[in-house]
Design a protein around this ligand. Structure first.
Ligand SMILES: Nc1ncnc2c1ncn2[C@@H]1O[C@H](COP(=O)(O)OP(=O)(O)OP(=O)(O)O)[C@@H](O)[C@H]1O
Length: 630
């Protein structure tokens, strides 16, 4: 017999950190390791079932997962006849951290085992959780279509070994040598309970056999017994499925660790036939803002898993949804490439999207609080649909929620419109990168004083959808940082404005002087009615681009230079009054140059813009302070 070559390999540093924690864990829900292993085994069966559509020789018999507890050997074995792994797969999957969820988990480890343990519940650690219960793990695996089998072994600290092995069929067998304090995972009652609690929804049969030990309490013999329902959960009637079973399935299919906030389970029959089981998570999935904007809903055809990577199953703006769509109409031998631009899939996608939106609409009416909690998490993503999904634009605008100066929580556009003032024709908004900073924008002052509501938009997508959606209910959206304000024409609820203002004549002299000082730095200077407490602010020209949008485009190098702005000054502000008084004096252009330049820099700072010359700003400010102090 030739000698078996064993290679010793070190775990990736992050895995070692993770494993160290697992090995020394005091986590009370250790039983989740079994859920993770069953989940992986089921995924492996799904993958092979798909491969076998085009290469039937790869699969051998019915798919199944078997769990064997050996009380004498103190081992728990989980075996599947799924896709299996080759040597490279083993190194990539059981030696590194591939999943973003786990990587995030490791990033957040503090070294304080109590705190770290709490994180497991939020992230899950997949396969590595076996080291909470086992001090030695052997994985024997053979990839379907491959003649070699491999044995991966590790005690969970620092390193693992890989050696060539023999295995009759494709699939994976994982043997856990249980730690002394984990022997309860050999008991039938305990195992059955774990499997039915966490894995009942698994669509392949899970058999359990108990071997050896004292059989006094277990008269069911050594024969493997099927312990789960074994049918795909989405094919079962709703009335047979408990909330907990839905939640477990959600966690399995969505790789989530929270509970679903909405479960949508229905069947369509007629022209098209398919079943939908979709979930809205409670918390944002890790990859929500990945630039790839991938959809994670799994597409099945007649119960056979096809892909969880179809760009056409649901639009990108619903990428937070998790679950399964099982079609009866698509051909079973459909390749993933053939799914692109497939008319059946397109029709299905449209109908599901419509249904999801109408469920949101219903929920928003029936349980506003719950819908708003969903909006808190996913609103920024749903709004991408206003930008890119022309057909759904109106429907999304209808359910969309916004922060506004008029209310504390969220408002709908319809509610905003119902609160519009007499002669107010537009829906006013202001955009920015930070919700709190937006709230403090000087341009809001005049609107606040008149009780005219302004939407406060601080999601990156806001500037973009506003380009695509010109109005709601016939009312145009209008940026309050662009163009002349129509405040004086709108009947607000302010009292007679009694603030003392600079006389028109002086003001005209001051604006002329300022224009001269600023040159082409500024497009125009004019008196403002949008300011009440701030001396000056910048606004964009009516025909120009919204200032925040311009800044975004410049940051993304989509725009060379920003256009010159208009400086609006507040005639009621003491500084402006003083300046206006002096603007007609002889030599005023010299004496007032520094203060008016300071005003301009101040307005830029309020916008979060960079100053052209910070040294000059500091010098002017010091000079002004000196004048005030001495
Ligand atoms: N029984 C198995 N058969 C084939 N491949 C497996 C098996 N178990 C694990 N793997 C491979 O190892 C990878 C890592 O597994 P792990 O449980 O750590 O994470 P995951 O399954 O990707 O994510 P999650 O735990 O959220 O399901 C899997 O993605 C899979 O490719």
């Amino acid at each position: 017999m030739s000698e078996v070559k064993t290679e010793k390999m070190g775990f990736e540093a992050e895995v070692s950190r993770l494993l160290h924690m697992m090995v020394h864990s005091v986590y009370s829900d250790r039983e989740i390791f079994l859920r993770e292993l069953i989940s992986n085994a089921s995924d492996a069966c799904d993958k092979l079932r798909y491969e076998a559509l085009t290469k039937p020789e790869l699969a051998s018999g019915d798919f199944g997962i078997s769990i064997t507890a050996d009380a004498d050997a103190k081992t728990l074995t989980i075996a599947d006849n799924g896709i299996g792994m080759d040597r490279d797969d083993l190194i990539a999957n059981l030696g590194t951290i591939a999943r973003s969820g786990t990587a995030n988990f490791v990033d957040q480890l503090t070294g304080d085992s109590k705190k770290d343990m709490q994180l497991i519940g939020q992230f899950g650690v997949g396969f590595y959780s076996v080291f909470m219960v086992a001090d030695m793990v052997h994985v024997t695996t053979r990839k379907a279509g491959d003649e070699h089998a491999w044995l991966w072994s590790s005690a969970g600290e620092g390193s693992y070994e890989i050696a060539e092995a023999t295995k009759e069929n494709a699939g994976t067998q994982i043997v856990l040598h249980l730690k002394d304090d984990a022997k309860d995972f050999l008991e039938r009652y305990r195992l059955e309970k774990i499997i039915t609690t966490y894995s009942d929804h698994i669509a392949v049969p899970i058999t359990l056999a108990i071997k050896g030990g004292d059989k006094k309490d277990d008269d069911e013999g050594d024969e493997p017994k099927v312990v789960n329902e074994g049918s795909a959960i989405w094919t079962r009637p709703k009335s047979d499925i408990t909330d907990e079973q839905y939640a477990e399935f959600y966690r399995h299919v969505g790789h989530g660790f929270d509970d679903p906030s909405v479960t949508l389970h229905y069947k369509v029959e007629g022209m098209q036939e398919y079943t939908v089981l979709l979930f809205v998570p409670t918390k944002q999935p890790m990859d929500l803002f990945d630039p790839a904007r991938k959809n994670r809903v799994k597409l099945y055809v007649k119960r056979v898993f096809i892909t969880d990577d179809s760009e056409d199953l649901l639009p990108g703006w619903l990428r937070f949804m998790r679950g399964v769509v099982d079609s009866q109409d698509l051909p079973l031998n459909i390749s993933r490439e053939m799914l692109q631009n497939n008319p059946t899939l397109e029709r299905m996608s449209k109908a599901i999207t419509k249904r999801v939106l109408s469920e949101f609409e219903k929920l928003a009416e029936k349980d506003t609080e719950k819908f708003e909690a969903i909006w808190d998490e996913f609103g920024a993503v749903i709004k991408e649909g206003i930008y890119e999904d022309f057909e759904r634009r109106d429907a999304i605008l209808k359910i969309a929620r916004f922060k506004s100066t008029g209310v504390d929580g969220w408002t709908t556009l319809a509610d905003y419109v119902s609160r519009m003032k007499d002669k107010q024709s537009a829906i006013y908004y202001i955009t920015g990168t930070d919700a709190e900073a937006v709230k403090r924008s000087p341009q809001l002052e005049g609107f606040r004083a008149k009780g005219i509501e302004v939407l406060l938009l601080a999601d990156p997508i806001d500037d973009f959808w506003l380009q695509m959606a010109p109005d709601f209910d016939g009312k145009p959206f209008k940026s309050i940082t662009r163009g002349a304000s129509e405040l004086k024409d709108i009947a607000g609820d302010d009292k007679e404005d009694e603030t003392e203002k600079a006389p028109e004549g002086d003001l005209a002299k001051l604006t002329a002087l300022m224009k001269e000082v600023f040159g082409d730095k500024i497009k125009d200077v004019r008196a403002s009615d949008r300011l009440t407490t701030t001396a000056a602010c910048l606004v964009a020209d009516d025909s120009g681009m919204d200032m925040h949008m311009e800044r975004i485009l410049k940051a993304h190098k989509q725009l060379g230079a920003v256009s010159a702005k208009i400086l609006e000054i507040n005639p009621g502000h003491a500084v402006i009054r003083k300046l206006a008084e002096k603007a007609g004096d002889k030599g005023a252009i010299d004496t007032l140059a520094d203060p008016v330049l300071l005003l301009l820099d101040q307005a830029k700072i309020l916008e979060g813009d960079e100053l052209d010359d910070t040294a000059a700003f500091a010098r002017r400010l010091s000079a002004a302070m000196e004048k005030g102090l001495v």
